[in-house]
Every structure is written in structure tokens, then in C-alpha cells.
Design a protein around this ligand. Structure first.
Ligand code: SF4
Ligand SMILES: [Zn+2]
Ligand SMILES: [Zn+2]
Length: 331
């Protein structure tokens, strides 16, 4: 596009940097920043339920950061909205997967951002949790799948996702977090909704964050304040705000199923703008309907309310996946 063809911002007529197909609006960087903040603020007010009665009660939010753009925007916007509240504390927690050349530079970005906002920064490695660096896990994966039928066809991300969840749970308990904030954007959420529907996995749909109105026993509720912001807008916001973030792909990202869903959601959105919002709204409606029809004495999400016989963490099985995988790694 040549300079004369640059579209104007629909709000202020300055040169636009982004076009929202689903709303028909063009945005310049300052109007985009305002709009993104407005949407995140609105969602945060819904999801973050703070105790009203006791003014001295401190609510701790553990913000899961990775050094990528999504969690950078999450941390910066949470800080923007909550910095003046004496009753809320933000802590940035980063799980180190042990991926050479990828995790270190991204952790540096996460730490830099946390420091610049004066937010405590904590890290935890897979090794310290009793697993192994992802680079080593990838090396021994062929051996594992030879020995264990269940592990056949698993991708590095299947292991990594389970380990990361443990890491986030550990960081949450170490920091005595009341909430865990996750940086899932609209594209991530829509892909997950589609994956859960495709698997016919209603339990997962019901357990999908935010957990503010549907807590899972034994777990700090997850909040996802940036869930209505499309990935492209998250990126544009992070760049307009000059936030430090790392944009490289993980060398083990062969999560074929996620890539397929990313592609499908993008094509559906192209054909019918607003599809991503629609998918996430449908998942919300299913959850709402379930919550409405639940009898008051019914346990919330009973299927996940077991404790692992080996480590005590919340699981839907007798032995949690993390413990099973831990065993595979040492056998
Ligand atoms: S792409 Fe997969 S292996 Fe890499 S960090 Fe993400 S989940 Fe882990
Ligand atoms: Zn503008
Ligand atoms: Zn366990």
C-alpha cells in the first residue's frame, strides 16, 4: 500500500495501523491502545472479584509470564489498572522449560518488563519440579513411546503443557496467590473452544478459564483478562507501547493439532468476521447454562476434584498425568 492509500483512524483521522475486520473500524496506535485497555478493563472488572468487606485483606495475583507478547500485555495492563490499589498485589511468575536459545532471552524480556513496572519476578524450572529440561525430554521421547503405549503419538507440547501447569500451580502456592492470570488472547481461546468441542469434551469446556464464577476445588481461580483481544491487536498494542517481548518460535513447537485449529479458526474468521468472538461466547453460554442448572449441594466440577494418590495435586484421574510422566522420564 502506498503512503496516500494509508487508511485513516475511524476515531481521530490519524493514519491507521490496524483494521478490525469484525467491527469495520480502523485504529491509529493511540486509539488502539485506548480501545484495547477499555476492553481489558471491562473484562477484568467482571473476572476479578475482590473482597468488599475487609479493606485490609490483600488479594495476590500471580501473573504467568513467558516473555512473549501476550503475557507482556497482560502484565502491563493489569499493572495499569491495579497499580493504585493497596489491596491488590501482582507477582510475575515465569516457568523455565529448559529450552536452549529460546527460554533465556524470553525470560530476560519478562524480567525486564516486571522490573520496569516494579513487580516482583519469580522463576521456577522444570528440573526443580522433578522433571527434566524440555531439550532432554525431547531426546528421550522416542524411548518413552517405545515403552509406553499411552505415550505414542505425543508431541513435546503434550509433556510441556503438563509440566507447565505444575509449575504454575507451584508458583501460585508459593506466592499464596488468590488468582492466577493467564495471557490467552482471543485466537488462543477460540482455538481451544474448537478443540474441546471437536473432542466432545464437555468437562474441559466447563473447566475453561475464567474460573471466577465456576471455581475448581483446590485451585486458585484462573483469570484471562485479555481473552477478547485478537492476537494481531495484542501484538500491535505491545509494539505501540514499546513493551519488551520475545517473538521467536519454540524449536519444539510441533503441536500439530493446535496448528490445524489455528488455521481453521483463521479461515473461518476470514470468511465470517466475528467467528472467534462467537466461539468463545458459545463456550461461555454452555458454562452459564451448566452453572444455572446445578443443584446447590452439587460439588463443582466433581470429576476434577480428586487428589492424586502420589503427589496430592488436583486431578481427574487416580494418579495425575504429571506423576505418570515423571515416572516415564526415570524408567
Ligand atoms: S511450543 Fe510446546 S514445547 Fe515449546 S514451550 Fe510451548 S508447549 Fe513447550
Ligand atoms: Zn485515532
Ligand atoms: Zn501426581
Amino acid at each position: 500500500m502506498s503512503a496516500v492509500e494509508v487508511s485513516q483512524c475511524s476515531r481521530c483521522r490519524k493514519p491507521a495501523i490496524i483494521f478490525q475486520e469484525y467491527s469495520g473500524q480502523h485504529y491509529c496506535s493511540s486509539c488502539l491502545i485506548r480501545s484495547v485497555r477499555k476492553r481489558i478493563g471491562k473484562e477484568l472488572r467482571k473476572q476479578l472479584i475482590l473482597p468488599k468487606s475487609d479493606k485490609n485483606e490483600l488479594t495476590t495475583i500471580m501473573v504467568a509470564v513467558s516473555g512473549g507478547k501476550d503475557s507482556a500485555v497482560l502484565l502491563e495492563t493489569l499493572h495499569h489498572f491495579l497499580k493504585n490499589r493497596k489491596d491488590v498485589k501482582l507477582i510475575a511468575g515465569c516457568v523455565n522449560e529448559g529450552i536452549e536459545g529460546y527460554r533465556k532471552p524470553s525470560m530476560k524480556c519478562a524480567e525486564k518488563l516486571a522490573n520496569s513496572l516494579d513487580i516482583e519476578f519469580r522463576t521456577l524450572s522444570y528440573k526443580s519440579l522433578g522433571f527434566d529440561d524440555m531439550d532432554n525430554v525431547v531426546k528421550i521421547m522416542p524411548n518413552i513411546s517405545e515403552k509406553h503405549e499411552e505415550a505414542k503419538g505425543m508431541s513435546p507440547c503434550s509433556f510441556c503443557g503438563v509440566f507447565r501447569r505444575q509449575g504454575i500451580n507451584k508458583l501460585a502456592s508459593e506466592t499464596q496467590a488468590d488468582y492466577v492470570a493467564l495471557g490467552h488472547n482471543l485466537d488462543d481461546m477460540a482455538q481451544t473452544v474448537l478443540m474441546n468441542l471437536q473432542k466432545g469434551d464437555l468437562d474441559r469446556t466447563l473447566r475453561l478459564a475464567p474460573h471466577s464464577w465456576s471455581p475448581i476445588k483446590g485451585m486458585a481461580p484462573r483469570i484471562v483478562p485479555i481473552r477478547w483481544i485478537p492476537e494481531q491487536e495484542v501484538q500491535a498494542y505491545a509494539m505501540s507501547m514499546d513493551l519488551p517481548f520475545h517473538d521467536d518460535e519454540c524449536p519444539h513447537s510441533h503441536q500439530a493439532l493446535r496448528i490445524l485449529h489455528r488455521d481453521i479458526v483463521a479461515r473461518m474468521e476470514d470468511a465470517v468476521p466475528g467467528t472467534r468472538h462467537g466461539l468463545v461466547h458459545s463456550s461461555d453460554s454452555v458454562k452459564e447454562m451448566y452453572m444455572k442448572n446445578k443443584t446447590p449441594d452439587e460439588e463443582e466440577f466433581t470429576k476434577v476434584a480428586n487428589n492424586c494418590k502420589s503427589c496430592g495435586q488436583i486431578t481427574s484421574q487416580e494418579i495425575c498425568k504429571a506423576c505418570i510422566m515423571k515416572k516415564w522420564l526415570i524408567e
